[in-house]
Write a protein that binds this ligand. Structure first.
Ligand code: GLV
Ligand code: MN
Ligand code: MN
Length: 411
């Protein structure tokens, strides 16, 4: 009999984790390092230990699951399997968690059958991939991959609170991040299984996606300062209204992608008005701009255009606008040998597959800085994600985990 994952165990875990951080409306809010995220991480430790695996936390807050008594990454290159447990605000139950739980099942299956591989499999649940509360997306993978220079020394959340305490509560240590960096050559290959989050596989009737590239992305924090005032008494010509300026910033970002086509997509998804009062002209607005493209040159052009527009808008609206880059992630290609291994595994299982790019960001693109990466997608119902309706058929969830197992066995 060929080795197989435990489909029931996987689906039960997906269901159980889907109850952690659930909003009244059915979405999942598990912001990285928030209370629900801590609960999910604890649950992962428990499940791993009950399954006979070792589970630990590194200084960055990444949860790392190993088979007991195996050599560490310094001694033997590992086959790293990963994704994340944190979510966006009011997101779905599969983005991230599915890949972690499928990886856990693969680890447990290998341990139960005492399978020895040329590369020791290790599972990682990366901390704060989304950056919902602390706007440092890819936090855990950036630390593991040694990209410490790209991270702030004292990361803060949207309200200015330090990451230090929440990271410590998760078992990490901001003062010891260097200990969470994996040495060069320690990862022989990295595999991530994820829901597609788009419509391509479903509309083409395919079960498995073989990812060939992951989009590049730059995320900006923009702060607009104007002058607060009375909504009834301040004449229009004397106003320095940051809300009207923000509206122009939103449209300028859209224009950069939609009309000027400098990058593939541009999104303002987070806005905060101070003091947010119906009869007061606001004194400040903060917002984020997310620019994405598969070509780094386009991302640079789009950034330049955004900065120029913001300078012009600040002048025209008589407000001040400051811009900070919260995250940069370069576009990357997956490894041809890993793509071939995923394809062969899908063929072996008789599953229809398609090569496609990822428009979403993934920890894999950060790990690509230190190791060859491969990504497996399964279909998303209706092509939607980062929303409560995010869903994938059970049969597809199981199929994806089987492809992951077969790919691990092949490497
Ligand atoms: C990560 O989930 C992203 O925003 O693509
Ligand atoms: Mn996501
Ligand atoms: Mn994800």
């Amino acid at each position: 009999m060929t080795l197989d994952i435990n489909a029931r165990r996987l689906l039960d875990r997906v269901e159980a984790f889907g109850g952690i951080g659930r909003d009244p409306g059915g979405g999942i809010s598990r912001a990285g390092f928030g209370a629900a995220d801590l609960e999910a991480r604890e649950r992962l430790h428990e499940e791993a230990r009950l399954g006979g695996l070792d589970s630990a936390v590194d200084a960055a807050g990444n949860v790392i699951v190993r088979r007991p008594g195996r050599p560490g990454p310094a001694d033997r290159p590992v086959l790293l399997i990963g994704s994340h447990l944190d979510t966006v605000a009011n997101g779905g139950r599969l983005d991230g968690a599915y890949g972690v739980l499928a990886g856990l099942d693969v680890m447990q299956t290998l341990a139960e059958h005492r399978v020895e591989l040329a590369r020791e499999p290790v599972l990682v649940a990366f901390a704060n991939e989304e950056g919902a509360l602390f706007p440092q997306p890819f936090w855990g993978s950036k630390v593991l991959a040694g990209a410490l220079d790209s991270l702030p020394a004292d990361p803060r959340d949207h309200e200015g609170r330090s990451l230090r305490g929440p990271l410590a509560r998760a078992g990490g240590d901001l003062a010891a991040l260097g200990t969470a960096v994996w040495p060069a050559g320690s990862v022989a290959a990295y595999l991530e299984l994820h829901v597609e989050q788009g419509p391509v596989l479903e509309s083409g009737g395919h079960t498995i996606g073989v990812v060939d590239s992951i989009t590049g992305r730059t995320q900006f924090a923009v702060e607009i300062r104007g002058a607060a005032g009375h909504a009834g008494t301040t004449p229009m010509e004397l106003r320095r209204d940051p809300v009207t300026a923000a509206a122009r910033v939103v449209l300028a970002a859209e224009e950069i992608a939609r009309e000027r086509r400098l990058c593939r997509v541009a999104t303002v998804g987070w806005l905060e008005v101070q003091p947010n009062s119906a009869n007061t002209i606001a004194d400040g607005v903060r917002l984020t701009v997310d620019l994405r493209d598969s070509d780094p040159v386009n991302l640079e052009l789009a950034e330049k255009a955004l900065r120029t527009s913001l300078a012009t808008l600040a002048h025209e609206s008589n407000v001040s606008i400051t811009v900070r880059v919260d995250a940069r992630a370069a576009p990357v290609h997956t490894d041809p040998a890993l793509r071939a291994a995923i394809t062969a595994s899908a063929d072996e299982l008789g599953l229809s597959h398609l090569v496609l790019p990822s428009g979403a960001g993934h920890d894999a693109q950060i790990v690509a800085g230190i190791a060859p990466i491969g990504m497996i997608f399964v279909p998303s119902a209706g092509g939607v994600s980062h929303v409560p309706e995010e869903d994938t058929a059970d049969a597809d969830l199981v199929a994806g985990a089987r492809v992951l197992l077969r790919t691990v066995l092949r490497l």
